[in-house]
Design a protein around this ligand. Structure first.
Ligand code: NDP
Length: 246
């Protein structure tokens, strides 16, 4: 049977391109999504029988545990888990409510913890090595204004990556793939990139002279789950056109 990948948020944006790439590489893909059933249906129509969207709030620990049990029974053990689901609720720090804080941390950080913990026992017991890739953000390293919740969640995700890389070794490699500015509907809306002046201002900060594509993030994922990165774990791979050179 073909290998299985679980890609949270694999129905839209970066996650959809990651799902497409994994299907192209011969994986079956289970893609938890939160609420956009239309996007999930359209991804399923495009990707066919190898793709299984799954309505699941990754921030809900009990729901994740139950869904993981169903996935393991119905589809088998994943060899790849991509913790990609993420949200922003941006506000100045002094205006951030407890709910704004919790929703972002619960999705971006706890969601990755819940999914990893739900699948790791089966992945560790399987007869082949597995990989977890957490989708971080440059703001998890370099803070930006009005995103204390998002920045903290992505900083936590980077450190969770390292902790899991230690505890799940040697059978599961765990790395953090950090996209820079990457062309998705969400990014276009958030940075008003439909406005040529706003786009030019963003691009001026990027040495490569353009915003990245979701395909370029899929290229990095392909490297991180493949044999060419077999000795790489607990690391961050930053794909940002040179915007930040850490
Ligand atoms: P999108 O908003 O386009 O897609 C987010 C996906 O995550 C959707 O499929 C969404 O499902 C799903 N999702 C959100 N919350 C939950 C939840 N609680 N449970 C299950 N699924 C959920 O985001 P992007 O593609 O732009 O971003 C993907 C990842 O990349 C995020 O982690 C983001 O932080 C990170 N990133 C993106 C950058 C960019 O430039 N685009 C830059 C740096 C990092 P639904 O559609 O149902 O809501």
């Amino acid at each position: 049977m073909s290998p299985l990948a679980v890609v949270s948020g694999g129905t839209r944006g970066i996650g959809l391109t990651l799902s497409r790439r994994l299907v192209k590489l011969g994986y079956r893909v289970v893609a938890p999504y939160r609420s956009d059933a239309q996007a999930a249906a359209s991804a399923a129509a495009e990707l066919g029988e190898s793709f299984h969207p799954l309505q699941l709030d990754v921030a809900d620990a009990d729901a994740v545990r139950a869904a993981a049990g169903t996935v393991l029974t119905r589809h088998g053990t994943p060899t790849v888990l991509v913790n990609n689901a993420g949200i922003n609720i941006d506000r100045p720090f002094l205006e951030l409510s407890a709910l704004d804080w919790r929703r972002v941390l619960d999705t971006n950080l706890s969601g990755a913890f819940f999914l990893s913990q739900a699948f790791a026992p089966a992945m560790l017991a399987a007869d082949r090595d597995a990989t977890i890739v957490n989708i971080g953000a440059t703001t998890g390293i370099r803070p930006r204004r009005n995103g204390a919740n998002y920045c903290a969640s992505k900083a936590g995700l980077l450190h969770l990556t390292k902790c899991l890389a230690v505890e799940l070794a040697p059978r599961i490699r765990v790395n953090c793939l950090i996209p820079g500015m990457t062309e998705t509907d969400e990014l276009v809306t958030r940075f008003r990139l439909d406005d040529p002046a706003a786009r030019a201002a963003v691009v001026a900060e990027i040495p490569r002279g353009r915003i990245g594509t979701t395909e370029e993030i899929a290229d990095a994922l392909e490297f991180l789950i493949g044999p060419a990165s077999g000795y790489l774990t607990g690391q961050k791979l930053i794909v940002d056109g040179g915007q930040f050179m850490w």
